[in-house]
Ligand binder design. Structure first.
Ligand SMILES: NC(=O)c1ccc[n+]([C@@H]2O[C@H](COP(=O)([O-])OP(=O)(O)OC[C@H]3O[C@@H](n4cnc5c(N)ncnc54)[C@H](O)[C@@H]3O)[C@@H](O)[C@H]2O)c1
Length: 358
């Protein structure tokens, strides 16, 4: 080997060593960054992920708004094959977030594969209501029975499920029936959008910030027939909490309730699209409170399988006030329910029983 070759060889070894140490130091840094939490990464399934809500929801999950700022996630984005191109664009955009918390995004069209080992399932795939109500419920039942079986056979045993599309209480009941391995307590319905809207409308009516309003309740079905209950709520004032019943009269309650009920229509009229961002936010709120707990003294509304409280038959999926601790919800018991609210609850019970075949 001549002198030049020896010099070249020495240089190559030096460059190799420097590259190795740089790369390993980068790897360590990256590893540390990725290892910002010792929590096991959670697998989160979104069905109907190529839709409007899926598009708004995925980045919120990637930013930690659903599972917390330290919890890494692997997203299972499920939709029909026809939506493959759309989903790959969403995947590229999620990659471009360069999020610490998002370990990977998997695009899936096979339901069984999509349900494999998932810890959280956000069910957004639904049947278009543009058909007779009977056909709508029947087709939805068929879709949710397949979903329930796939979750039963492939998801993590403790998978937490939220159902979003109508007929939500029927869909939840079908999942519970077709997934006997899952605990019924882990199957829920989203009623948080209505709760968030109610909170904001109360705040607007009283000219205060929404963070000062707590404990308003959405009872019943996640439909327009739900019962909006302001009177158990409170407002945080300078001298502690003031019951909302001291701040509103019957006329204001009617104005607030009407604004909540018309909200979807107002958004559709303004945007020519159904709400997505606010639904995605509500889904994150729902899971965050369920997983990480509700603040002391506060409750939230979730559609859950009734334990018989408030005269709601046991097992009927129904929105109720709950507190959450250690990943479990508990129905708030013993609230005094006024006669008119009780009557409206009874109408909701009958509607839910009819729909769920209870
Ligand atoms: N509960 C609430 O508060 C609330 C609020 C708004 C919307 N929603 C409902 O949530 C659902 C999602 O809303 P969106 O705006 O994202 O709807 P969207 O139509 O934009 O998206 C629905 C997605 O589901 C997919 N899908 C349909 N059938 C499927 C199947 N069998 N398998 C896999 N994917 C399937 C579609 O391809 C589509 O990508 C709708 O049913 C909507 O009515 C509920």
């Amino acid at each position: 080997m001549d002198a030049l070759a020896i010099i070249k060889y020495a240089c190559a070894v030096a460059v190799g060593a420097v590259s190795y140490f740089s790369l390993s130091s980068l790897y360590t840094t990256f590893g540390k960054r990725k290892g910002l939490t010792s929590l096991r990464p959670l697998r989160v399934l979104i069905t109907g992920a190529a839709g409007h809500i899926g598009y708004a929801l995925a980045p919120l999950i990637a930013r930690g708004l659903m599972c917390g700022p330290e919890q890494q996630v692997i997203l299972h984005m499920h939709d029909r094959e026809a939506a493959a191109q759309n989903l790959s664009a969403v995947q590229m955009e999620l990659d471009d977030l360069a999020s610490d918390l998002l370990l990977s995004t998997e695009i899936m069209h096979d339901l069984e594969e999509a349900c494999k080992d998932v810890d959280i399932a956000v069910l957004l795939s639904g049947i278009s209501p543009k058909r007779s109500h009977e056909d709508f419920v029947q087709e939805s039942r068929a879709m949710y029975s397949l979903l329930g079986r796939a979750l039963n056979d492939h998801a993590s045993e403790n998978v937490k499920v939220v159902v979003v599309p109508q007929p939500a209480s029927t869909n939840a009941a079908v999942i519970a029936d077709s997934a006997p391995r899952l605990s019924a307590e882990n199957i829920t319905i989203l009623s948080r959008l209505a709760q968030n809207r109610l909170t904001q409308q109360v705040a607007d009516a009283l000219n205060i910030h929404a963070s000062m309003v707590s404990n308003v309740i959405v009872w019943g079905n996640a439909t327009s027939s739900c019962v909006l209950d302001i009177l158990h709520g409170s407002v945080r004032g300078e001298r502690g909490f003031v019951p909302l019943q001291n701040c509103v009269d019957e006329e204001l309650i009617q104005i607030i309730s009407q604004a909540v009920r018309e909200r979807t229509a107002s958004i559709v009229q303004a945007r020519n699209l159904t709400p997505a961002l606010s639904v995605a936010g509500a889904i994150c709120d729902h899971f965050r409170d369920w997983q990480l707990g509700t603040p002391e003294g506060s409750w939230v509304s979730m559609g859950v399988a009734s334990d018989g409280s408030y005269g709601v038959p046991e097992g009927l999926f129904f929105s109720m006030p709950v507190t959450c601790r250690g990943g479990q919800w508990h129905i708030v018991r013993g609230l005094a329910v006024k006669e008119d609210v009780r009557e409206r609850l009874q109408a909701c019970i009958e509607e839910a029983q009819q729909e769920q075949g209870h």
